[in-house]
Design a binder for this molecule. Structure first.
Ligand SMILES: Cc1cc2nc3c(=O)[nH]c(=O)nc-3n(C[C@H](O)[C@H](O)[C@H](O)COP(=O)(O)OP(=O)(O)OC[C@H]3O[C@@H](n4cnc5c(N)ncnc54)[C@H](O)[C@@H]3O)c2cc1C
Length: 333
């Protein structure tokens, strides 16, 4: 039998988290190196369309468990479903997104299957000799990059950070088999019940923002971020930050970009008063277009910037914001 490279497809009410498709693209590459196949696991209620979408994103086969019990995410039934599938089909590799759901689920699955799990991975490759999966992640607070293998147990499991791998091209004409499986659990057997659902007021969606206006220590003060927020709003983007700005208490950690923050891939990344330390660059260097503003012409950020402006951000930003506003005003007239 060919080695199976599996991806857990995370969905909420039929809407798939894009990290699942990113992983499916990577699973295809890994499967090719193993002479195997990339397959998707879809669990939920009334999610056949998700199974078909998985095929269009590269799944060679989809295992579908469609059951009212799986209407919304709960650890117990979801873990049970994936564990049963793993026991039956014995995949070589199982990948999940390093999202709150993926992290919660992966630990339960790995424990039950008595296999290893590498969390929050930022790189995956196949060792050409042993054919083991090499899983890379920051360790010891990000001071080293650790390459982890799981040679004696299967599946080899990872949760992978969103935006680590590019989104594959969707091909709606792809055809593949959908295998339906039973969950075999009744609602009465599940201990956790959802009594209410309160969505967060504002979810910071940095990983999938198309424009990011990021600030660093060069801002000099927390108020500097108001200027960045204004520009981000005008450009339809989000604000980001370096660790120095977060450590200074000017902005929350959820806005941090970099090795110990978020990995992003926007169309445009503005780095304002950010020197461009390696730990920051690893989180943003895959942006399509990087604009840097820095007073120091030797700042490392200029080495990766597509457009660099040497100067004080407080002199450059206000007229830029005014110019955009004016342009928009003219556009409306
Ligand atoms: C284990 C580990 C993990 C880390 N993880 C991360 C991470 O996830 N993300 C991260 O960002 N960092 C991370 N760091 C920290 C990283 O090494 C840098 O210290 C940090 O990125 C520096 O932030 P900065 O560029 O804002 O500050 P600085 O390096 O101090 O740079 C400030 C820049 O602003 C410029 N400047 C000053 N005034 C102005 C002005 N008025 N206008 C324009 N430019 C101006 C200066 O010339 C300078 O280049 C990590 C470090 C370690 C050891």
């Amino acid at each position: 039998m060919k080695p199976l490279v599996w991806v857990f497809v995370e969905q909420e009410e039929g809407k798939v988290h894009p990290v699942s498709w990113e992983l499916l693209g990577k699973a295809g590459e890994l499967a090719q190196e193993l002479d195997g196949v990339a397959e998707a696991l879809v669990l939920g209620h009334q999610v056949e369309s998700v199974a078909r979408e998985a095929i269009s994103y590269g799944a060679d086969k989809v295992y579908l468990i469609d059951d009212p019990v799986l209407q919304y995410y709960r650890n117990e039934p979801y873990a049970q479903g994936v564990i049963n599938l793993c026991k039956k089909y014995k995949p070589e590799i199982l990948l999940l997104g390093a999202t709150p759901v993926g992290r919660d689920l992966a630990g339960s699955i790995a424990t039950s299957l008595e296999t290893g799990l590498t969390a929050d991975v930022t790189g995956l490759e196949i060792d050409p000799k042993s054919k083991n999966l090499i899983m890379t992640r920051p360790a010891f607070g990000g001071n080293i990059m650790a390459s982890i293998i799981c040679p004696n147990h299967r599946p080899q499991m990872s949760t992978v950070r969103p935006r680590t791998f590019p989104l594959p091209t969707k091909d709606p004409s792809r055809q593949a088999e959908i295998i339906r499986e039973e969950l075999g659990l009744r609602e009465e057997e599940i201990r956790v019940k959802r009594v209410d659902f309160i969505p967060k007021d504002k979810v910071v969606n940095l990983e999938y923002a198309e424009v990011i206006v990021a600030g660093g220590r060069g801002l000099g003060k927390a108020q500097g971020f108001s200027l960045l927020k204004e520009l981000a709003q005008l450009l339809g983007g989000e604000v980001g930050a370096s660790r120095a700005a977060v450590d200074a208490g000017w902005i929350d950690y959820e806005y941090q970009v970099g090795q110990t923050g978020k990995t992003v891939r926007p169309k445009v990344y503005l780095a304002l008063g950010i020197s461009g330390a390696i730990q920051h660059r690893v989180g943003m260097q895959n942006a399509d277009f990087i604009i840097a503003v820095n007073t120091d012409p030797k700042a490392p950020i200029f080495r990766i910037a597509d457009l660099g402006l040497v100067g004080d951000l407080y002199q450059i930003l206000p007229p830029l914001i005014e110019a955009i506003k004016k342009e928009r005003g003219h556009g409306k007239a």
